[in-house]
Ligand binder design. Structure first.
Ligand SMILES: Cc1cc2nc3c(=O)[nH]c(=O)nc-3n(C[C@H](O)[C@H](O)[C@H](O)COP(=O)(O)OP(=O)(O)OC[C@H]3O[C@@H](n4cnc5c(N)ncnc54)[C@H](O)[C@@H]3O)c2cc1C
Length: 283
């Protein structure tokens, strides 16, 4: 769906409660976790996104600048308001020819906002990441960079709100370096969250290249190739993928390696897609 096709007629004001950097100070990726307080009517589900409208005065465009962000966490406060967390990567593009640095409008607007600021939010949009009805289903979650955001909400939902869920969950999460990880870092105390569950495993995929936004899916998936092969033959297995669109090809190659052949992977993938067990949120 194109950005111009989103319905932005319902707009709510949200106040910024906090804005903290998540990636290490000396990482070249700046990702910030922004906590928003939003009205009572704004119900969101894991896997959904919110829209953010940047005022015309800041975007310097005729129309407000509109961009989408995945919900990393949400909760309802005792007074009925909803509090949301989003992860925002500060985008910029350095043009080596002209020496100019072009800043992404919405991401810089959000990364620079301060507690107490008010922003305009639309939505929520998108298909929710729903837990399969079968509580013994297996989930393979693959999230790169800020793609980990919807999985945070999803895991919390699975383990806290559906305690009967007993399927295996493999979370593969990527970062250019260990400094960029948005999961398993000290700040979030992830290690203490689900590691006690024998059915949950989180596996990191760090880049082995200097190129921006590259992740080493091949090594990460190969390290669990035997388990993945078993799960991919199981009709109870679901795959969820979230993050930057540019992971598609690299991930596909890594999955072909796991399957052992192109033909076998395409057979598995067709079954996953046809049965609605392949869910992706790539941007
Ligand atoms: C469903 C969905 C969910 C998403 N979830 C998240 C999320 O959870 N977290 C997240 O961080 N992002 C997410 N995104 C991406 C997000 O919506 C924005 O696309 C992203 O933040 C960039 O928007 P921007 O306004 O900052 O950049 P824009 O202003 O749209 O610019 C886009 C890029 O072009 C570069 N640029 C700008 N001007 C020039 C120029 N003149 N020449 C060359 N390059 C230029 C910018 O530096 C930037 O990198 C999601 C997208 C989708 C579709």
């Amino acid at each position: 769906m194109k950005l111009q096709d989103y319905d932005i007629s319902t707009q709510v004001r949200a106040s910024v409660l906090s804005n903290q950097r998540v990636t290490a100070a000396h990482s070249r990726q700046e990702v910030r976790e922004i906590e928003l307080n939003i009205g009572e009517q704004f119900h969101v589900l894991p896997g959904q996104n919110i829209g953010v409208l940047v005022p015309k005065a800041i975007s310097e465009t005729d129309e407000p600048h509109f961009r989408l962000y995945s919900i990393a966490d949400s909760r309802q406060t005792f007074d009925g308001n909803h509090q949301l967390h989003i992860y925002v990567r500060r985008c910029h593009y350095f043009d080596r020819l002209t020496g100019e640095n072009h800043l992404g409008v919405a991401s810089n607007y959000l990364c620079d906002c301060k507690p107490g600021d008010e922003i305009t939010v639309t939505g929520p949009y998108g298909q929710a990441f729903e837990l399969p009805k079968n509580h013994h289903a297996n989930l393979i979650l693959i999230g790169t960079g800020t793609g980990i955001a919807p999985f945070r909400a999803f895991l919390k939902h699975a383990y806290r709100h559906q305690p009967e869920f007993a399927g295996n969950i493999y979370l593969f999460y990527g970062g250019e370096t260990g400094l960029d990880l948005l999961y398993g870092n000290d700040r979030e105390e992830d290690a203490s969250m689900y590691y006690d569950r024998s059915t949950f495993e989180a596996i990191e995929a760090l880049s082995n290249s200097d190129e921006e936004n590259r992740f080493n899916w091949s090594d990460a998936l190969q390290s669990r190739a035997r388990d993945l092969t078993r799960l991919l033959c199981d009709p109870k297995t679901f795959i969820y993928i979230a993050g930057l669109e540019n992971i598609r090809d690299e991930l596909e190659e890594a999955l072909i390696e796991v399957a052992g052949s192109n033909r076998r992977w395409h057979h598995w993938k067709k079954e996953l897609v046809d049965d609605g067990r392949w869910i992706e949120l790539l941007y």
